[in-house]
Write a protein that binds this ligand. Structure first.
Ligand code: SAM
Length: 219
């Protein structure tokens, strides 16, 4: 985990200004075709916004996050929901402890780990998902190879300005920081990693040149 997620102020600020809206979260639930036979896992669940939206749709739900502040808030939020469990773990140390899932979700979280860690993580996730199960992965993912970031920088900044609109000046430093210093992967590299881990890529959606969603099916 980047140390930032250990700091309460940082976590509170993220949760205030970047928290997803219900419409976006429910669009993810629809793509995953969540239903009463599903055992769901959310990687990088944060304070549990996605879980809160979908907990009535599924049989069981697990949220995984490595930030103690996010974990405290999520555990408080779901303390009266016996079918929701919140696990404090990094992606790198994720251990399903014999459990298996029919659906998995991750929003805006995997770019915190590098490509070598992603490869290992995707294999562990794949092993924990039943054949035919779906994994919706939404993240900072470039439409070009990550090694070509410098060559694409000006175009990316122009698109970021349009994408964030009025809030761009306030967010610019933070957004450029994570694009430069964390680990967004290129879409074709990420597809290859997912396929090598045992997933079929069902659908790729482009939000902008640095945000994509992949809908994966466990083979
Ligand atoms: C940008 S937030 C996204 C939270 C939530 N999914 C959302 O869309 O609002 C990223 C989350 O990933 C968690 N995180 C960062 N690095 C992690 C790691 N290595 N393992 C597990 N969780 C991590 C952070 O604590 C944070 O809650």
């Amino acid at each position: 985990m980047s140390e930032a997620w250990d700091k309460k102020d940082y976590v509170d600020r993220y949760n205030d200004i970047y928290a997803p809206g219900e419409k976006e979260l429910m669009a993810g639930a629809d793509l995953l075709e969540l239903n009463a036979d599903d055992d769901l896992i959310d990687f990088g669940c944060g304070k549990g916004d996605f879980l809160a939206c979908v907990l009535r749709l599924v049989r069981s739900a697990v949220g995984v996050d490595s930030s103690p502040h996010q974990i405290d808030e999520a555990r408080r939020r779901f303390k009266k929901e016996p079918h929701v469990e919140i696990l404090e773990s990094s992606f790198q140390d994720f251990d399903p402890r014999g459990r298996s899932f029919t659906k998995a979700y991750s929003r805006d979280a995997l770019h915190h780990i590098n490509d070598a860690e992603k490869e290992i993580f995707l294999k562990k996730v794949s092993a924990a998902i039943k054949p035919g199960g779906l994994f919706l992965l939404e993240d900072a993912v470039f439409e070009f190879p990550a090694a070509d970031l410098d060559a694409n920088w000006d175009a990316l900044m122009a698109e970021a300005e349009k994408y964030y609109g009025d809030s761009w000046q306030a967010r610019r430093e933070e957004v450029t920081g994570y694009i430069r210093n964390e680990f967004p992967t290129g879409i074709s590299e990420l597809k290859k990693m997912a396929e090598a881990a045992g997933f079929k890529v069902l659908k790729v959606s482009r939000d902008c040149m640095f945000f994509h969603s992949l809908l994966l099916e466990k083979k």
